[in-house]
Design a protein around this ligand. Structure first.
Ligand code: ADP
Ligand code: MG
Length: 645
């Protein structure tokens, strides 16, 4: 056996299981070993029976002295009751409603049991433990897989339990001992002190400690980025040999545009726009990232570039991560370019591919823009907004192949991506290759610093009162509901079932909406927004919010990016400890978009030192770059980049 052995040849994997594995995209031993657990159960606390006490999870090794089923008619339930013995004593064990277990064990079997001790009416028993049988000759020398250690728990899908995965994976690891060559160059491995591949695989599945599991994870996170950046660099080298249509800079036009704006551009906006316009003039494709904190005014810079392109009779594709954003851009850009006689189209849904791509100057849309059916005639510029929202791999695809295919010309369009998620220079090099960077590092004049506060449970009511006051003064409020997470079984189920997860998220929004509209702010107008709503409903809500017909908008993290409601001055985040700092910073950027003093309230139900330290980091810096750096330090690049998106 080696890493490329197909799963059909793995012992004990029958046709049914082969099918289930394939559904997960697992086709080879390698795929199986790279199907990582997402957490561990700690069953490593092995103790003698004499020490059994309630509190905590313990593990016991011993001999089954007796096992029988008991029917409780009153509770209509079958109890399987066993007695476990070791040198120090005996322990009663009870499983509920699993009558078949009576046939799993017999008297004299050696087992390891992990679970919690319950004390009832003065008698102690181990309730519903996880079990693992041990060959009698090995007894206490057995290598344990499902108990007596940190036990891996995999993101489960139908018909593939963690127990089965452990049962299959462990022997493979043993078989492949000393046979897995390392995929990272030794120099790099040594420089960063990464575990060798084989050790890392072993430790990520069956770790000797959580620290080692973490080290393994770090190695794999790095490797993923490493491979991706190699890929991107290669593509980029190809791209650098390509030609683009030069777009001459029309200074008179740009001047006229700048004068038409209702505000004065900041110096940083001017500088970025200039860099972009100069790039467009070159016969080689621009590849530039426009980085600017939330609210810094990236859209107007993009509009300027698109206008210049339009007046050379060429086209711009402008892509946003969500429908709401695409429509907002459509409105904003239509407004900005009014009077310049530019044809602007909008394309979102997959179905309605009216063929506007040929007839418009600027086509704005979601990733519906990269369907095969959409054919541009003279595409010269591609703009991607909030591009961190598209997964890294998706991005790589966008940057490289896609637009090549979609143009009928031989030329490659210029490429501008925009992000509010500041990426440290070293990392951006890794992710994007040799990309040029324009930075808008100042906010429009007159903006006030957003006041950020952590709200402990005891201060909740006072804060509600303050929020009511803000509404009375005419301001509007965003409420973000917590991310669904945790260790509840509900969540575990949900994680493997995205539909259930989004259902839970919707439920959280509905609950919060109920609470706020019925109990906390019955006197105010509350609206609700979540992913399960129809597009028209969502639009209606956003329109009402914009028109100030809603005071408080409760939503999932969908408003995270881009939405521009200058009158919103309060951002209230429930369960704020559940979000990453970079994301919290994004939320906060939804307010503070006007001259009003704005506020960001971080509600937390889990006040504690760690939570406080993290959230305080957000208070101490209002600069996205600093927040990102802190986030990076706290969570590591893997999380920051959302490689797993
Ligand atoms: P982001 O960079 O987050 O995408 P937007 O482009 O949505 O920011 O701009 C945020 C808000 O600031 C918009 O309402 C926009 O009209 C306004 N704005 C942009 N530039 C300026 C400026 N130089 N002065 C004042 N307001 C501006
Ligand atoms: Mg934006």
């Amino acid at each position: 056996m080696n890493l490329s052995t197909p799963i059909e040849e793995i012992p004990r994997v029958g046709p049914q299981y082969q099918k289930r594995l394939k559904r997960l995209g697992i086709k080879t031993v390698r795929d199986l070993l790279f199907h990582f657990p997402h957490r561990y159960d700690d069953f490593s606390n092995l103790i003698p029976i004499a020490k059994a006490e309630p509190g905590g999870t313990f593990c016991f090794q011993g001999e089954i002295l007796e096992v029988k089923n008991i029917y409780t008619f009153r509770r209509r339930m079958v109890l399987t009751q066993a007695t476990l013995g070791d040198e120090t004593g005996k322990l009663k064990v009870i499983w509920f409603n699993q009558p078949y277990l009576v046939n799993t064990f017999k008297k004299g079997d050696y087992v390891c049991l992990a679970g919690k001790i319950t004390k009832k009416n003065g008698s102690k028993y181990l309730s519903n433990p996880i079990y693992e049988k041990i060959p009698a000759d090995l007894r206490f020398n057995a290598e344990l897989t499902h108990t007596g250690r940190l036990v891996p728990v995999y993101p489960e899908t139908e018909g593939l339990s963690s127990k089965w995965l452990r049962f299959i994976t462990r022997p493979i690891l043993t078989t492949l001992k000393n046979q897995i060559p390392d995929s990272l160059p030794e120099k790099i491995r040594e420089k960063y002190n990464f575990l060798p591949l084989e050790t890392a695989i072993w430790q990520i599945h069956f770790p000797d400690s959580l620290k080692l599991a973490d080290e393994a994870k770090k190695r794999f996170a790095f490797e993923e980025l490493f491979e991706l950046s190699l890929f991107i660099l290669k593509e980029r080298m190809k791209l650098n040999k390509e030609k683009a249509v030069p777009v001459p800079l029309n200074l008179k036009l740009i001047k006229k545009f700048v004068e038409s704006l209702p505000f004065k551009l900041t110096d940083a906006q001017k500088k970025s726009a200039w860099q972009i316009l100069k790039d467009l003039e070159k016969p080689k494709p621009m590849n530039r990232l426009l980085e600017g904190d939330v609210g810094s005014g990236k859209t107007v810079v993009a509009a300027m570039a698109a206008l210049n392109v339009a007046k050379t009779n060429q086209q711009t594709a402008f892509m946003a991560p969500t429908e709401i954003l695409a429509k907002q851009h459509f409105k904003t850009i239509s407004g900005l370019l009014k009077g310049f006689n530019v044809k602007i189209g909008l394309l979102t849904g997959k179905e309605k591919v009216t063929p506007p791509a040929g007839g418009v100057d600027i086509l704005i849309g979601t990733h519906a823009l990269i369907q095969d059916k959409v054919k541009f005639e003279k595409l010269a510029l591609v703009i991607i907004d909030e591009q961190h929202r598209f997964g890294i791999e998706q991005r790589a695809k966008l940057i490289t192949n896609n637009y090549k295919l979609k143009t009928s010309q031989k030329m490659i369009p210029h490429f501008l991506s925009m992000t509010a998620t500041p990426i440290p220079r070293t990392l951006s090099l890794t992710i994007y290759g040799d990309l040029d960077l324009s930075v808008i590092n100042e906010l429009p004049k007159g903006r006030k610093k957003i006041i950020t506060k952590i709200i402990q449970p005891k201060d909740k009511n006072g804060t509600y009162e303050f929020i009511r006051q803000q509404v009375k003064e005419g301001r509007q409020v965003f409420v973000i509901c917590p991310r669904i997470e945790g260790r509840s079984t509900k969540y575990e189920e949900a994680k493997s079932d995205l539909r259930l997860l989004s259902w839970l998220e919707v439920k959280a929004v509905k609950d919060e909406y109920q609470k706020l509209s019925k109990e906390v702010f019955p006197d105010l107008k509350i609206g609700m927004l979540h992913g399960k709503m129809k597009t028209q409903e969502k639009e209606k809500i956003m329109k009402d919010f914009k028109a100030r017909e809603i005071d408080i908008l409760v939503s999932t993290s969908v408003v995270e990016v881009g939405v521009d409601i200058p009158n919103a001055a309060v951002m209230m985040i429930e369960g704020s400890e559940k979000f990453g700092l970079a994301q919290l910073h994004q939320f906060r950027g939804r307010v503070g978009r006007s001259d009003f003093q704005s506020f960001c309230f971080l509600f937390t139900d889990r006040p504690g030192i760690v939570t406080n330290r993290r959230l305080r980091a957000l208070i101490s810096c209002d600069d996205g770059f600093a927040v990102a750096a802190k986030d990076l330090a706290i969570r590591g690049p893997g999380d920051f980049c959302d490689v797993r998106q």
